[in-house]
Ligand binder design. Sequence first.
Ligand SMILES: Cc1cc2nc3c(=O)[nH]c(=O)nc-3n(C[C@H](O)[C@H](O)[C@H](O)COP(=O)(O)OP(=O)(O)OC[C@H]3O[C@@H](n4cnc5c(N)ncnc54)[C@H](O)[C@@H]3O)c2cc1C
Length: 1069
Amino acid sequence: MSVRKLFQLSALRETWKTAAMKSTPGRQQGVLRWTHSGGCSYRAVIFDMGGVLMPSPWTVAAEWEAHNRIPSGTIRQAFVRDGNRGPWMRFLRGEITTEGFLEEFGRLCSEIAKTSVPVNSFLSLITSEQLAKQFPVMTQAISQIRARGLQTAVLTNNFCLSNGESFLPLDRKQFDVVVESCLEGISKPDPRIYQLCLQRLSLQPSEAIFLDDLGPNVKAAASLGIHTIKVDHPETAVKELEALLGFPLCVGVPNTGPVRKTMEIAEAALEKYLKGLLGTHDTGPMELLQFDHGQSNPTYYIRLADRQLVLRKKPPGTLLPSAHAIEREFRIMKALRNADVPVPTVLDLCEDSSIIGTPFYLMEYCPGIIYKDPSLPGLEPSQRQAIYTAMNQVLCRIHSVDLQATGLDSFGKQGDYIPRQVQTWTKQYRAAETSSIPAMERLIQWLPLHLPRQQRTTVVHGDFRLDNLIFHPEKAEVLAVLDWELSTLGDPFADVAYSCLAHYLPSSFPMLRGFRDQDVTQLGIPTVEEYFRMYCLHMGISPIDNWNFYMAFSFFRVAAILQGVYRRSLTGQASSATAKQSGKLTEFMAELAWDFATKEGFRIFKEMPATKPLVRSYHAWAGSRPQRTPADVRSYSTVAAASPSQETKGGLIISPEGLSPRVRKLYDQLLQFMEQNVYPLEPELQRHQASADRWSPSPRIEDLKEKAKAEGLWNLFLPLETDPEKKYGAGLTNMEYAHLCEVMGMSLYASEIFNCSAPDTGNMELLVRYGTEEQKARWLVPLLEGRIRSCFAMTEPQVASSDASNIEASIREEGGSYVLNGHKWWISGILDPRCKLCVFMGKTDPQAPRHKQQSIVLVPMDTPGINVIRPLSVYGLEDAPGGHGEVRFKDVRVPKENIVLGPGRGFEIAQGRLGPGRIHHCMRLIGFSERALSLMKTRVMSRTAFGKPLVEHGTILADIARSRVDIEQARLLVLKAAHLMDVAGSKAAALEIAMIKMVAPSMAYQVIDRAIQAFGAAGLGGDYPLAQFFAWARALRFADGPDEVHRLTVAKMELKNPSRLPEPAAPRV
Ligand SMILES: Cc1cc2nc3c(=O)[nH]c(=O)nc-3n(C[C@H](O)[C@H](O)[C@H](O)COP(=O)(O)OP(=O)(O)OC[C@H]3O[C@@H](n4cnc5c(N)ncnc54)[C@H](O)[C@@H]3O)c2cc1C
């Protein structure tokens, strides 16, 4: 949805009007009239349940589908499939059990959706307490109808739950007659069921009104002579019913109830005061109700004679001096009223506490709609869009108020709003702190360091959210902005961010309801980015980049507030269960805030200046002379023939000192991160891997991931060549990454912390290169964010898998799905509970040419039929929690869209997958080796044998020298391969890739072996990382393809290359 479109308000108003009119067929909004003014000729009202008294399963289905990524309309189609004989209708008539229904209906849905559809969860949702609630407007209407002596009935197409009881979450006492299809064996629109209902009511059809949301049901009732109302919106239907019955059904004031016991006020004194104020004498009794809004400052509804007022007061008891300043609320509302900001008209401020016990102020009651659920259920997408646009615009109006003209320039301090707020909320949090929350600690450090450089000063509302706005009932217009308790002067972006909190909160969130579990675009609600852009556009200011900072700050502030609530609940009345819950909410909010902090960190990092051309003195510079001669003839220079754009990528940098300032900074940051966070944690992580909990990821790793993200040390692996727009990764070249990856290689645990570990890196690259937009949205994004992990399943026990053409697993097309069968093993990462995606390789067409038989499909790990038989170990090391699993795939069914690129493209993809990713292991092996050599040097300098330090023994010295030379050689080859990939592409670098894969594991294996030897027995134990390094280096002589296969490649290419010196074919004699 474009922002510009959001601003086409006139068009939106039209859509709104059409939608509103649609909801009252045959009538125009605002001209409804009561047709029966006196006695009523009807004697009963019959209600349908779903869609009339409570939300319709049809509407719920649409949102559930969007949430579960099920094709839209699946449930609807399945509901009507096979008409009367379909599973839904038979279920409604009680002809099949819940289990039978779920099985049949699930099959039907899966067939329609071409993917497995978890219908159980749908049924649980529609029967959940959260959804199965009667609309308050209907409850009120029913009580009014009964109060007039009319009968009420519920006539519902209903079903039985698995406990045998029918699903009727209504208070039966509200109805004289209850008729349920599942108990009668007949369902609407069968006329017999209406007749049954009338019979039980002892009425003629013309004496009843029937309300249903489905056309055919309404039609059937009408054909019997019953008066009908088709329900699109409960409120509109009640208005229509009101018109037919001739008496009011909505008598109460919305969102009010009787005054709470603890909040009672002296009514007589108030009434006297009001009469004096309004000059009213002959009044009748004053009506006093309390709003459920305004928890902090109690708010009351007053009806006195023909006046409707709202009273807002301070809470009783001792208060902090600056809190609950209703005087300020009064002042700002008064000022804003004259500045074209919609606020209720304020009438009077009474600071005399003797009247009702505390100061209070009065304003006019403003009727309208308050949308309590920010996902705006029951509205059309265009209406939601219009509501959010109106909300955004009214915020702009608040922020455009002229401070001087309104006299509000002294309403608060000017400037430094955010730093002051951060300080205030940090203090508040500290005062209420009960235990250390890591995310809060990180935020307290992070926020002051990332404060926005420029801040405007305007009026800020301080609690600007949808349910503090009163809307016009028939159009998207804000009639009044309420609750100015936290208003002051400050940075307006704080309000913008705060008004977007709902985007990130689940609908079940106890205090602030959200809609993060729904697809905003489908709902018609602008995304946060769009909302911010819309705001900037409307204010005529440039869009801001650092909105993540403001989101982090907003959630931090809410977390601090919640901590206060938690603390009070511990010392106060709340039960321990509630207290515990609000404690968790603080953590939840803090985590959300931290998510934004990390996003902001990553944004800043991405915007650092790009790599500059390089400095000669620090590195071996290979000129960009065009070297390439005829096709297929390789040059031996470090630079392959480069196109002009490739030349800009610079030369081969052999030491970190030669890296551009941006990458050098990153390199230093990484070194520091390793020193401060990773090495110290190794013993603990090692213990975790040996503990009974080893198959669960260590929380310490998760903590460090967050820290790394915030520092911008995240997804460094994705090379510019795959991601030229830096959409997904850090935009480093392969060569730059080689230097950084070596540092990560120094610890076995490091690469995961920076989201740079195999097999995820290869899988992410595969998705970036070949994935469809849907595949990327579903898998790439969570992988890039480090929320899930993945595995790659190729190797099979029964065939020599180093030759991928041997792979036997089958991928069979069946209907709209692929069915996978096969036996795989050594599948790294598959045991990790975070592993949600398996990239599966198998054969789609065994008859096709050898390299066209294979395909790759994306398999969600929760697909039925995947059975991990056992974890395998490398020299006894299980490598938990990811492990290496042996797995059977039996009739694993995935939708056809899960294939990557298309059938027969598996080989091609596997090669691409291991493009740059192919040498990451080699880069890390250099790191293993450097650390091993470093440990060896320290060790031999500290021990003495046979009369002299080990370091003075000639064999040890020779080993050290050998290792240094081996590492240097291998590093140069790694860098050369990486550099060639950058300047000429992976294909042109095939020889270097094969050479380094041949060299690096054996080199590391030998360097580590020498270190182990110098350590003595300690080298084999768990006190040092050497034994683990050794096992890995050994394993990589297969895992990255066997040495022999790489040797074969090198030899074949070498033979293709003409000899350098012309030698005669026959020996010279
Ligand atoms: C720690 C570890 C992790 C792994 N992770 C994964 C994973 O995540 N996903 C996955 O699919 N697989 C994984 N593998 C499996 C790995 O990819 C295979 O082991 C490798 O491809 C070799 O296949 P193979 O074991 O079937 O050996 P085979 O193909 O049976 O080869 C055995 C031996 O035959 C010899 N040989 C093979 N070809 C030639 C040749 N052309 N010339 C001369 N000799 C030859 C070599 O000595 C070779 O070692 C992993 C392996 C290990 C050890």
